[in-house]
Design a protein around this ligand. Structure first.
Ligand code: TYD
Ligand code: MG
Length: 455
């Protein structure tokens, strides 16, 4: 008889414990522990090799030269933003997770991708979350009707695996994994245990039968259902679909990719007829720029793509006791540090002012090359004087106030010049062939740009 025992698992990261914990020691999430009855698999399923082998045996070991290797081509969909983020298409036999908030557009994106892929590959779409009629309605809406693409609404993972093993498609899509279940595990779909077991079985399927498996997994806010963090360690790639409501933009971001670059971004726009690619994102981003006091352009290299972003600052005298620092899209500590450097060397009393800083386009910048743009935005707002029209800044600032060059800015500068950026503020030591480069060696020289009397 199968042996049952009770464990508690964190629904955020999957950490398990023999007793309930208020705060997860692994991911520090509160109230995320849920009780799970774990059940040992009956020996019949172990024999079938469903997901684990119980027989210990001496294994064969091989030198690398004896391991067979086929130069497998990536499966390209033709949707460039998707293919690039995945590392130039889908690697056969890989297990990938597409995650994001409910309603962000995961199913819509996958339907577009599956529709295109089905022209050259056999694709099975298991829509456990929506009925087949709902899927058909969506496919009609986004004009993605393709007879080669096959659908099922089954959620039972044993049946899905059996079907895939028999019919050997190139790709299967499971939308969503939180609705799928192993009939032998006596817990609800979406629990940490079910999520782990179903994903593990799909990983075996992907590797042993060379079938690419794409699963969707919602980000969960409450602890009732396990989230994508539970799966991150066992899959080949994790892709987040995020929203920026201003232009109905959807950003596809790779946070883990065994077969491609990290932090690669893809841009889409949610329209009446589904997701459309936005290949010229900088054009969108630059539409918003103003050349007003407090605004400076910078460039951030996201994966292989340079993005042209505007850093905006607003400095006003603090009216209440502790001055406010409200910062979005940039590292809070970095902005506070730059303000402190300027206060120390230029004797500007930022400590008596409220500081508001944001980055356009809802994109988060972490690079230290943004230092100079932050400094110039703060100064430009403080002096209430705009910088020269279409100017961009790219340099790191050290604690001594010296400006430091940054590596490999040529791609960024080339992109900037494509969009008519005229002046580029860089560090003295920066090697560049770009025209319009204005070089500074320390923060003291930044004052040369401003002539107005401070507020
Ligand atoms: P969906 O792909 O179902 O999201 P997810 O799978 O991540 O839960 O997207 C649902 C949202 O997208 C819904 O709010 C309606 C919107 N939408 C459009 O605006 N245009 C479209 O063509 C489609 C199919 C959906
Ligand atoms: Mg969906």
């Amino acid at each position: 008889m199968a042996k049952n025992s009770v464990t508690f698992s964190c629904s955020n990261c999957g950490h398990s414990s023999v007793r309930w914990l208020g705060c997860c020691p692994s991911c520090n999430e509160w109230n995320s522990f849920i009780e799970e009855k774990s059940q040992a698999l009956p020996s019949s399923s172990a024999k079938k090799g469903l997901n684990r082998s119980v027989v210990a045996e001496t294994v064969e070991l091989y030198p690398l030269k004896d391991i067979k290797f086929s130069e497998q081509g990536r499966m390209l969909s033709g949707i460039k933003e998707w293919d690039t983020v995945l590392g130039n298409g889908i690697m056969p036999g890989s297990l990938l997770v597409l995650t994001g908030d409910p309603g962000i557009g995961k199913s819509t994106l996958l339907l577009h991708v599956a529709h295109k892929l089905a022209q050259n590959y056999s694709v099975f779409y298991f829509s456990s979350e929506e009925s087949l009629e709902q899927v058909k309605l969506r496919a009609m809406r986004i004009q993605s009707m393709n007879d080669k693409l096959l659908f099922s609404d089954r959620a039972n993972i044993e049946s899905i695996i059996q079907t895939a093993q028999e019919r050997k498609p190139d790709i299967i899509i499971i939308d969503s994994i939180q609705n799928c279940f192993f009939s032998e595990t006596q817990t609800f779909p979406g629990t940490v245990g079910q999520l782990r077991e179903t994903s593990f079985a799909l990983m075996r399927l992907a590797k042993e039968h060379n079938i690419a498996v794409i699963i969707t997994c919602h980000i969960t806010k409450e602890g009732h259902m396990a989230g994508p963090k539970t799966l991150e360690h066992m899959v080949d790639g994790v892709f987040y679909l995020q929203g920026e409501d201003r232009w109905h933009t959807r950003i596809l971001r790779s946070v883990k990719n065994r077969f491609g670059a990290l932090h690669e971004l893809g841009f889409f726009s949610m329209t009446e007829n589904g997701l459309e690619e936005v290949p010229h994102i900088n054009q969108y981003l630059l539409q918003e720029t103003t050349d007003a006091p407090g605004a400076v352009l910078m460039s951030s290299l996201e994966g292989s793509r340079p993005l042209l972003l505007e850093v905006q600052a607003l400095i006003i005298l603090a009216k209440f006791g502790v001055p406010q620092r409200v910062i979005t899209g940039l590292d809070h500590k970095r902005v506070v540090l730059i303000a402190a450097i300027l206060e120390k060397y230029l004797h500007i009393k930022f400590s008596a002012h409220d500081i508001f800083v944001k980055v356009s386009g809802g994109i988060k910048v972490t690079e230290s090359s943004s230092d100079l743009a932050i400094a110039l935005a703060l100064l430009s707002s403080y002096f209430q004087q705009a910088l020269p029209e279409k100017s961009m800044a790219l340099a790191e600032i050290s604690l001594t106030g010296a400006l430091r060059p940054i590596n490999g800015i040529e791609t960024q500068l080339k992109e900037a010049q494509k969009f008519g950026i005229k002046t580029i503020f860089v560090a003295q030591g920066q090697k560049t062939t770009a025209t319009g480069a204005v070089k500074f060696s320390s923060v003291y020289q930044l004052l040369e740009l401003f002539t107005e009397v401070p507020q």
